[in-house]
Design a protein around this ligand. Structure first.
Ligand SMILES: [Zn+2]
Length: 66
């Protein structure tokens, strides 16, 4: 593999993947799903922001599986 320069802002499509995301939003074959860690509330039991979904309550996950 060749080394790819990183650190610069890529132009085109901003991707903000959350820890719970399996793919970038809009990726074919994926869809919005409730976060398993917080059950879609965006917060954990102690009231803290859910790190898995970044407090959004939902993550992008694959559909159908295989
Ligand atoms: Zn969550």
């Amino acid at each position: 593999m060749s080394t790819s320069p990183s650190g610069g802002a890529e132009q085109g499509k901003p991707v903000n993947l959350k820890p719970g995301d399996e793919a970038a939003p809009g990726t074919p074959g994926t869809g919005d799903d409730l976060c398993d860690e917080c059950s879609g509330t965006g917060k954990l039991r102690d009231g803290k922001e859910c790190p898995n979904c970044a407090g959004t309550g939902h993550v992008t996950s694959g559909i159908g599986g295989g």
